[in-house]
Write a protein that binds this ligand. Structure first.
Ligand code: PLP
Length: 470
């Protein structure tokens, strides 16, 4: 074959002369420097230009400079400016600089953290993160942690641990006998459980019709007085941070009932569990220690980079037996093998950024991050309310639900906000009506960003009225 380049030779050259990496660094700095001066959501034009990526699979190796430049030129304008100060969509966090810097370094290391022998450093950092998180959330001392991609997976791990443990207590070894034909397990969740909880349940063999749904109050909190009678064959799934209102389930009341009945409690604390780290907000998480497992994201409230979810489980055996690969009993050593605590075997080393985030911020820094998000959310709701918008929830944490006076006015105002590029919020439904949902989840959001965003809300509503008259 003529014209065939020696690819290995090229790769050695690219690694040695480092120009590619310098170029990536320079593009990254350009992006970072302009993050607050660009539209928060990509323009129609930049999205149209994504068609440059539509091409057949290349027949031959390409030009690395061109590949990088393609991303810089056409990719970066079509990112959402999540790392700026005015992105309030879903519950998407930013990343703090030292975490990002350590992530760059660890990308060069490219460690696999399934086993200690694959990376002693990552094994050690995972163990340290486990210890620190347990202290921060004030969880029982035997609690173990697994680092997974996100809360979706973490929730699945927690429920799997609970399912298997409930069956084990009835002498049913699920690893041996499987789920089909096993004694029944009851699932109790709140009416406003997050969609990922339903997904996890379905992956684990529980259908919609098997789920007992507990009515919620005006804030989406489970009503403890309407809980069905619990027993030792029940998994109760609670929520620390309702994805719309930010509300927290009554952990003490439900926790006591579930503990007395011998039920397994899992708490979905994707963004809300971090309230435990704030003196002002920790009242919201009172009673979380009554649970058996907890899922939480470091990439939301804590502002560690994506992707970093955590499963915490009080009973090490319950989690590791549910996550085991070989069906045999696990031998633990001083040296942590990360894969015993996660569904994956090969995994990237997210412990590095998590460790760096926790080490840099420390207790007081984490508290300041959490309180800062909550303060900005308070400012946002006060200014919106003064401007005549309706605030539909009690703003206890970082989430705000907003509406205008009619469904149409809300929908059109939201559309105008999104198109303005000034800030970005998502839409949702609350009590059957369309609403604008705000999540203040970036450390970079300043009081000025809130002023500017409120101005964008007002302008977007005015635009709707002007269009009506036109
Ligand atoms: C974000 C969120 C999830 C899902 O977390 P991922 O990180 O997207 O997997 C689950 N529950 C709640 C309450 C959330 O806010």
């Amino acid at each position: 074959m003529k014209n065939k380049i020696n690819i290995r030779e090229q790769l050695f050259l690219q690694r040695e002369n480092k120009e590619l990496f310098e170029m990536a660094k320079s593009y990254a700095y350009t992006y970072m420097g302009k993050i607050n001066d660009r539209p928060v959501f990509p323009s129609v034009k930049s999205i149209q230009q994504l068609s440059v990526f539509d091409e057949p699979l290349p027949e031959k190796p390409g030009n690395p400079d061109e590949i990088l430049n393609l991303l810089h030129k056409y990719g970066s304008p079509s990112t959402v400016a999540q790392t700026g100060g005015r992105y309030y969509g879903f519950v998407n966090g930013n990343s703090i600089p030292i975490a990002l810097a350590t992530k760059w370094l660890s990308d060069i290391w490219d460690q696999n953290c399934a086993l200690y022998v694959m990376s002693p450093i990552v094994s050690r950092l995972e163990a340290i993160c486990e210890k620190w998180l347990k202290e921060l959330f004030k969880l029982p001392s035997g609690t173990v942690a697994g680092l997974v991609s996100a809360t979706s997976t973490a929730t699945m791990c927690g429920i799997a641990a609970g399912r298997n443990e409930i069956l084990r207590r009835q002498d049913w070894d699920i690893n041996l006998k499987g789920l089909f034909g096993a004694p029944p397990i009851r699932i109790v969740i709140g009416e406003q459980a997050h969609a990922t909880v339903i997904k996890a349940l379905s992956l684990l063999g529980f259908g919609e019709e098997q789920i007992e749904r507990v009515p919620v109050d005006s804030q989406g909190r489970m009503d403890a007085d309407k809980l069905p009678l619990l027993d030792e064959k029940t998994i109760v799934i609670l929520q620390a941070g309702n994805v719309k209102s930010g509300s927290f389930d009554p952990f003490v009341k439900i926790g006591n009932q579930a503990n007395n009945a011998g039920s397994w409690i899992h708490i979905d604390g994707a963004f809300g569990l971090w309230a435990a780290a704030s003196s002002e907000k920790k009242f919201l998480t009172k009673g979380i220690e009554k649970a058996d497992s907890w899922s939480v994201d470091a990439h939301k409230t804590l502002n560690a980079p994506y992707d970093c979810g955590i499963i915490l489980c009080k009973n090490r055996e319950a989690l590791t037996m549910a996550m085991q690969v070989n069906g045999s009993y696990i031998h633990y050593s001083e040296k942590r093998d990360g894969m015993h605590f996660t569904p994956e075997m090969s995994r990237r080393a997210r412990a590095i950024e998590l460790w760096a985030t926790l080490k840099y911020l420390g207790r007081s820094g984490i508290e300041e991050i959490v309180d800062g998000l909550c303060d900005r959310a308070q400012q946002f709701q006060e200014q919106l309310s003064s401007a005549g918008f309706n605030i539909l929830n009690e703003v206890v944490f970082n989430q705000i639900i907003v509406s205008c006076n009619t469904a149409e006015e809300t929908n059109e105002t939201l559309k105008n906000i999104q198109e303005s590029g000034e800030c970005w919020c998502g839409g949702s439904k609350w009590n059957g009506e369309p609403v604008i949902r705000i999540s203040v989840c970036s450390w970079a959001t300043t009081a000025k960003d809130i002023d500017r965003s409120v101005a964008a809300f007002i302008k977007a509503r005015e635009k709707y009225h002007i269009n009506l008259e036109a």
